[in-house]
Write a protein that binds this ligand. Structure first.
Ligand SMILES: [Cu+2]
Length: 123
């Protein structure tokens, strides 16, 4: 008489879900009330990038502003109940840069260093 009752039943009970959920950055999950807009600017270098990002950061309702220098595209994340794309475009103009079809504020533009004039190629 032989008994083969040593089935590994317990193995089935110890099924541990291998949920190694990576901590996803909060940027991917947009909080309610947040909106994102992109403007084509006349920025040409990293100084422009720093200037624009800093300027926009001080604007009401802006959560973040990031300029991609090669494409000149400024991406702004903002609180939709605090500001509007129009107001943000105006902020870009007042910093001395074009925003989409809108031309830079002349006085602000004249104060930019030569390296940042829009006659220059991206550098
Ligand atoms: Cu520049």
């Amino acid at each position: 008489m032989k008994f083969f009752l040593l089935l590994p039943l317990l193995a089935l009970l110890s099924s541990s879900p291998s949920a190694h959920a990576q901590t996803t950055p909060a940027a991917s999950a947009k909080p309610a009330g947040m909106a994102t807009v992109q403007f084509k600017t006349s920025a040409v270098c990293d100084m422009c990038k720093a200037r624009l990002e800093k300027s926009l950061a001080y604007e009401k309702g802006v959560q973040s502003a990031t300029l991609d220098v090669p494409t000149k595209v400024l991406t702004v994340t903002y609180k939709a109940d605090k500001t509007t794309p129009d107001a943000l475009r105006t902020a870009v103009q007042k910093t001395g840069y074009d925003a989409d079809q809108l031309t830079a504020d002349a006085r602000a533009y004249s104060r930019l260093p030569d390296c940042c004039k829009k006659t220059n190629a991206v550098h």
